[in-house]
Ligand binder design. Structure first.
Ligand code: NAP
Length: 290
């Protein structure tokens, strides 16, 4: 057992999945959970998520060796302010937020003396949210990125062992680099999905009906991504604006290139790109990340 007690704040898809998997794999003595949402606490209790669902955030974190913040990135600062005075000396605070530079900026000023902050990000998820969305195998074979700079090696090693216990593969990374990588691999694809589904919804009603009827082609995959939690994703774009805008600029340039190739009937340019991208898909499958 790696930790005597862990506290998970935010019992949504990620927090619930960690609690379920950690309990199943006996990675902690006690798993205490808290969520500001009354309905989420009731549901989590009914589902038996963790060992206890606390009614108070401070009681949840007291005596915990690991405190995991699994709330939307825009709420991290508020949570940290509430728990700062009740953290056990020597404990580690981590988070699961999809952006790292902004979370470090928001959370670090409230980390008390004797406590360390070890930011992290699981590269796993679904379009569902809330306690009922959680499941034990969510992190199996998925990457979990850790921003370990400046954190004691023994704390990083313990947390790494915990994440590996959840089934994840860990990788240490710099926060700014992380934000650029996820801007292109995760944030931009979501932005494109939200845009394309929004464009379809804005079409005249007769076309819109057929968009839904005939969605079995590529559109269906976009609707799945665009069904993701609106609060979480609003916060992601508000907090990783710099990296997303950089990737969006590059994307727009590449889109213009394709637009021009279509207009001038330059099929070879389209073919070359589509052939290159097909190999990327093959590499993702080979890496077990599909
Ligand atoms: P989620 O399913 O929406 O759950 C978040 C929970 O936190 C909700 O129950 C929410 O309540 C609660 N909450 C919000 N503010 C709070 C506060 N101040 N104090 C306590 N609880 C609060 O979210 P999630 O998908 O698990 O995501 C959690 C974090 O992991 C986010 O930072 C997200 O960026 C990151 N992440 C998500 C994914 C993914 O695919 N979903 C993947 C990797 C990382 P309300 O519903 O009332 O707001």
């Amino acid at each position: 057992m790696i930790y005597s007690k862990i506290a998970i704040i935010g019992i949504g898809l990620i927090g619930a999945s960690v609690a379920i998997a950690a309990k199943h794999k006996k990675l902690a003595g006690t798993i205490s959970c808290f969520d500001a949402n009354d309905e989420a606490r009731v549901q989590a209790r009914e589902l038996g998520i963790g060992d206890e669902v606390s009614e108070s955030i401070t009681a949840c974190v007291s005596d915990a060796d690991l405190v995991m913040l699994a709330v939307p990135v825009g709420a991290m600062k508020n949570v940290m302010e509430q728990i700062a005075d009740d953290l056990k000396p020597g404990c580690v605070v981590t988070d699961t937020g999809s952006t790292k530079t902004s979370v470090i900026k928001d959370v670090s000023p409230f980390i008390p003396e004797g406590v360390e902050f070890l930011p992290s990000h699981p590269m796993a998820g679904t379009e569902f949210s809330g306690p009922a969305a959680g499941f034990a195998s969510l992190f199996e074979g998925r990457f979990w990125l850790i921003i370990s700079e400046g954190v004691s090696r023994d704390k990083v090693d313990d947390y790494t062992a915990f994440l590996q216990g959840l089934g994840a593969t860990t990788e240490e990374m710099d926060a700014k680099y992380h934000d650029r990588v996820v801007a292109i691999t995760s944030h931009l694809p979501h932005l494109i999905a939200y845009t394309i589904v929004g464009t379809a919804v804005d079409l005249e009603s007769d076309i819109k009906n057929d968009v839904i009827r005939f969605s079995a082609s590529g559109f269906r995959d976009f609707t799945r991504i665009a069904a993701s939690d609106p609060v979480m994703w609003r916060d992601v774009f508000m907090n990783n604006d710099e990296a997303v805008l950089e990737m969006l600029q590059r994307f727009n340039e590449d889109l213009s290139y394709l637009q021009r190739a279509i207009r001038w009937k330059e099929g070879d340019k389209l073919f070359d790109l589509f052939a290159r991208t097909r190999t990327i898909r093959k590499s993702i499958i080979e890496a077990g990340q599909d």
